[in-house]
Design a binder for this molecule. Structure first.
Ligand code: SF4
Length: 349
């Protein structure tokens, strides 16, 4: 166990954790909502520092990030646990295991080993993903600092429910984030996730202000968040508060975990959502968990800049961040040309 950062001591051996917007007040001997931070004799400990439950090499497109070193590899790491309880969680067997089975599973890997493996696999970045990286902040932070020394980028795939204090501390080492905007109604967050919406919105604005490259994902779920007015509000928020160049990934829902009482999202709903996003002025909208619709297209002239098959980039025509046809600037963090070969070698292509 390692002593946690970002907490305060309260009377009678209680502590308040200030890592995420739950701000759990934890009595002696108890755990926080995430079940991976424990108060022992008035000291808060993280139970997951150096304990990975998943390590994989993924295309960065799988995070999904489509405007951040496209075609590169992201060494992807998770520890058990989450501060949300999404009833449709696709990774519930690792995110909810501390809550469902009272178990901190996984194998040990020091931050140095994670960075080493990222370099060995030709990865361009390390992604803290699959479960919520906020709840393994100390581990991610130690790893991210080493990653920057090794010229690797750092990515959060997150529910965006961290405190602004955490974000301010982490941001010099955080290069990109995909924030899962699960709905655009407070009541939906409270009922299905066990958290609130407003901190997520505030954090996305702060990420933008801090210069972290941001993409947003919304899993569109029938009869839960697929009301056109709600989707319009979400698209309007992204376009107006974050900017029209922020990519919006609209993903297809499939029944799973505790949400099995409704069908997969009809493709028609995804297409309508894309129209809503376009009408609100968003330049880059991608459909996820379905085939096609993943190319990056110049918003000025319609030229196909990056062609993808599934998660793989098969053609990239961007010229120094610009469209080669009309010269429009394309927002994102683009790879340097010398990096292409390294990643292709890593994939054996
Ligand atoms: S990280 Fe969040 S959920 Fe976990 S103990 Fe801290 S405030 Fe509570």
């Amino acid at each position: 166990m390692k002593e946690a950062l970002l907490y305060e001591k309260l009377p009678n051996h209680n502590v308040r954790c200030n890592l995420c917007a739950h701000h759990c007040v934890i009595p002696d001997g108890k755990l926080g909502v995430c079940r991976v931070r424990k108060n022992v004799d008035g000291v808060l400990y993280t139970l997951v520092h150096g304990r990975t439950i998943s390590q994989n090499v993924d295309p960065v497109e799988k995070k999904p990030l489509y405007h951040f070193y496209p075609g590169s590899l992201a060494y992807s790491v998770a520890t058990p646990g989450c501060n949300f309880r999404c009833q449709w969680c696709q990774n519930w067997e690792i995110s909810q295991v501390p809550r469902e089975r009272d178990l901190i599973a996984g194998s040990l890997a020091a931050p140095e080993q994670i960075v080493e493996r990222a370099l060995e696999t030709g990865s361009r970045s390390i992604a803290y993903t699959y479960t919520e990286p906020t709840i393994f902040f100390e581990y991610a932070f130690d790893t991210a600092r080493l990653a920057h020394q090794a010229d690797l980028a750092n990515i959060f795939v997150t529910n965006g429910y961290m405190t602004q204090e955490m974000l301010e501390i982490f941001h010099p080492y955080l290069d990109a984030a995909n924030v899962d905007l699960k709905a655009f109604r407070e009541k939906t967050y409270h009922r299905y996730v066990g958290a609130g919406l407003q901190p997520v919105l505030d954090n996305m604005k702060l990420m933008k202000k801090l210069g972290i490259w941001l993409e947003v994902t919304t899993l569109v779920i029938p009869d839960l968040n697929d009301d056109p007015d709600e989707l319009r509000d979400a698209a309007r928020f992204i376009a107006q508060e974050l900017g029209p160049d922020i990519p919006w990934h609209i993903s297809r829902f499939f029944p799973g975990y505790r949400l099995t009482d409704r069908p997969p999202t009809p493709i028609e709903t995804l297409l309508k959502t894309r129209e809503i996003g376009r009408a609100e002025g968003l330049h880059y909208i991608y459909l996820g968990n379905t085939v096609g619709e993943s190319n990056t297209i110049c918003p000025e002239c319609g030229y196909v800049l990056i062609r993808r098959q599934g998660y793989w980039v098969v053609e990239n025509q961007l010229l120094d961040s610009h469209c080669p046809v009309c010269g429009a600037h394309i927002a994102g963090t683009w790879r340097r040309s010398e990096e292409v070969d390294r990643d292709f070698f890593a994939r054996g292509l």
